[in-house]
Ligand binder design. Sequence first.
Ligand SMILES: [Zn+2]
Length: 370
Amino acid sequence: MEYIVSARKYRPSTFATVEGQENITATLKNAIKNNQLAHAYLFCGPRGVGKTTCARIFAKTINCQAITSDFEACNECASCKSFNEQRSYNIHELDAASNNSVDDIRLLIDKVRVPPQMGKYSVYIIDEVHMLSQAAFNAFLKTLEEPPNHAIFILATTEKHKILPTILSRCQTFDFNRITVETAVQHLKYVAEKEQIAYEDEALNVIATKADGAMRDALSIFDQIVAFSGRNITYQQVIANLNVLDYDYYFRITDAFLVEDTTNSLLIFNDILNHGFDGSHFLNGLSSHLRDLLMCKDSQTVNLLEVGASIKQRYLEQAQKCDAEFLFEALKIVTNSELNYRIARNKRLHVEFALISLSRIVTEKKKQLN
Ligand SMILES: [Zn+2]
């Protein structure tokens, strides 16, 4: 059996199945419904959030011969089939990261003039459009100003600020969202269930966090873990595989700070170093941990916590034990230590000194009160 990576196997084929970009898919569907298609679109946003996927769905939908009452592609007609089998002549994709010369653009411009044999529209997707050379941009601009009726351009970029104003002003712009941890986890659950892979919620959560807003990355990390650990994904396997420090260390060390237990905090840090993690990695995780605790202090910011349900409870409990002032002081110490980590001669001592200061926050406060 041919092995297909999850990002491809579970690529959405309709607007409704695109995850985390509801505003954009609704607007595109509306444009189709009202027959108000622009000639040029600019899709901006981080990598792996569905820009190309949406562009392909859009191209397929506007060429569909039996569009559904919900303005989705039918996925059954000859045109839809040719799209789904990647042999449609109505879609042309150019990756400007590797084809950015004037000649590449000229080839494309020559194609644009020819009306499509089948279907209404020829859609040209130019990925990473900010990478086009200046000369290529200039050559393209004329076509973008006066495109033939059958041509629609979808320009995609991860770096909107590099797009020239002359291009921006000619495009209808869509800003794609980062994929939230929650959305990524939901999708991973869906894929795991389809593939009959057992999982622990926290394991998927770590994968989604590591993917940092990109669904494609979340799926490829997922594949990597499945290849490594088989059909049962546990939290412990995932953190070992991704070299992530267990949440538990941060909870324990924060508890140590709260009871002024310098000794224990130093021993926990020693344990972390023995597991092969370095000091800056630890400080970075610790500042995120303190940040998450601080978010728990307010009913509105608690939604900014990007952790799984089971671990969330643990955050809420620990946050109850910390007052806001403690968290503020602690963050000050940790961010300062992160900033100076690079220039510290003795890295270990540098972190240990921060830990001693953290264990003294409560002590200092008591002194002030007396
Ligand atoms: Zn169709």
